[in-house]
Design a protein around this ligand. Structure first.
Ligand code: UD1
Length: 365
């Protein structure tokens, strides 16, 4: 069985890694990696391939940036060529980025089966481009591999039948657990950020990521967030790897961050994990970090009104606070006073999701 495994953006790379590693040695499976080039900077892409021990992609589509239409269209045209040449039996897409949408549409129209890993998540917020990507991908996929029960319910409501939907756990957590172990045996001095942590001398610090268009593209919203962050930084140093979009917007709006907020270039997977796993708490608007903090029991405050990953709030360590300064400060006060969630690890987030996916695909082939 020839399989094209698609990744395009940073949050995809950690999801394809365990799927790729679990395929090695499986008889009759040829798993080829397609990198669409949606993310292309060293820190946004190659640093992740290195940390995740992924080989050079078999196909690199060089889609690059652009409007959503431009980016999606470029990926579709290029991916169609790869499918025509390779004639895969199955295309595996992960997550909810533009590459996920583009490649699932192309494959399905060529009568190639599509498996969506991390299917069924819904924020019910159509202002998020990712929500549209999730809905369209799920409308046409053949296999739905889901990470939490809410996704099963969403897919059932949308008319999927039980024999298409597989609750397998979370491949991103497979990767996280593997990387936690790797970090333990690694010489930490080899990490570029180890000095930074040393300099904190055991003080409590926070870890921050911010890149959602709804938070950083609107001047009023972004200024309010910065106001709250600068106030929080009076108490705690904040480590902040800055996403390229966020960097651009900070410059455009002339926003000034407190000196106690340490701005860093985007980090590789291990450096990032090394910093956030010991933070007093994490502030983020990322999808993946909400889940990863839950898996390791680190308190997380999410600067969004909603989440497509409700398990992180229901049983995990996640607290949603939106983007208004007063709400961000109130959430921090709650977590500081120990009234934030202690959290448990959600069912099947045990590091074996990729194995389960292959068992199902092999049975079906
Ligand atoms: C994309 C995903 C989002 C994911 C995020 C993680 C979609 C719709 N969005 O958003 O779900 O959470 O990745 O990072 O697919 N840029 C660079 N270098 C790069 C990549 C991008 O400088 O390697 C710049 C682009 O020029 C653009 C900005 O960063 O100005 C945003 O990049 P883009 O790929 O459009 O979307 P993300 O915000 O990264």
């Amino acid at each position: 069985m020839r399989i094209l495994l698609v990744a395009g953006a940073r949050p995809n790379f950690m999801k394809i890694a365990p799927i790729f590693h679990a395929a090695s040695g499986l008889e009759g499976i040829e798993c080829l990696i397609v990198h669409t080039g949606q993310h292309y900077d060293y820190e946004m892409s190659q640093a992740f391939f290195d940390d995740l021990e992924l080989p050079k992609p078999d196909f690199f589509l060089e889609a690059g940036s652009g409007s959503h239409a431009e980016q999606t269209a470029k990926i579709m045209v290029e991916f169609e060529g790869v499918c025509r040449e390779q004639k895969p039996d199955l295309v595996i897409v992960v997550g909810d980025v533009n590459s996920t949408l583009a490649c699932s549409i192309v494959a399905k129209k060529m009568w190639i089966k599509v498996a969506h890993v991390e299917a069924g998540l819904r924020s019910f917020d159509l202002d998020m481009p990712e929500e549209i990507n999730r809905m369209v991908t799920d409308a046409i996929s053949d296999y739905f591999f889901v990470t939490e029960e809410s996704a099963v319910a969403n897919l059932e409501r949308e008319g999927k039948t039980a024999d298409q939907v597989y609750f397998v756990g979370h491949v991103m957590i497979d990767n996280l657990l593997r990387q936690v172990e790797k970090l333990k045996s690694l010489d930490r001095r080899a990490l570029g950020v180890s000095k930074l942590k040393e300099d904190l001398q055991g003080r409590d610090y926070l870890f921050l990521t911010l890149h959602r268009p709804s938070n950083v593209d609107d001047e009023k919203v972004f200024s309010g967030i910065v106001e709250a962050l600068n106030e929080i930084a009076e108490k705690y140093p904040i480590l902040f790897p800055v996403h390229p979009r966020t960097e651009k917007m900070m410059q455009k709006f002339g926003l000034k961050l407190s000196d106690n907020i340490v701005q860093l270039a985007p980090l590789g997977f291990r450096e990032s994990l090394f910093l956030w796993q010991d933070a007093a708490f994490v502030l983020t608007d990322s999808g993946g970090l909400q889940e990863e903090t839950t898996a390791l029991g680190v308190p997380c405050i999410t600067l969004r009104e909603n989440t497509e990953r409700p398990i992180t709030v229901e049983v995990g360590t996640n607290l949603l606070c939106g983007s208004r300064p007063a709400d961000i400060l109130a959430a921090c006060a709650k977590v500081e006073s120990g009234k934030g969630r202690q959290g448990r690890v959600p069912p099947l987030w045990d590091g074996k999701a990729a194995e389960r996916i292959w068992q199902i695909l092999m049975q079906d082939s």
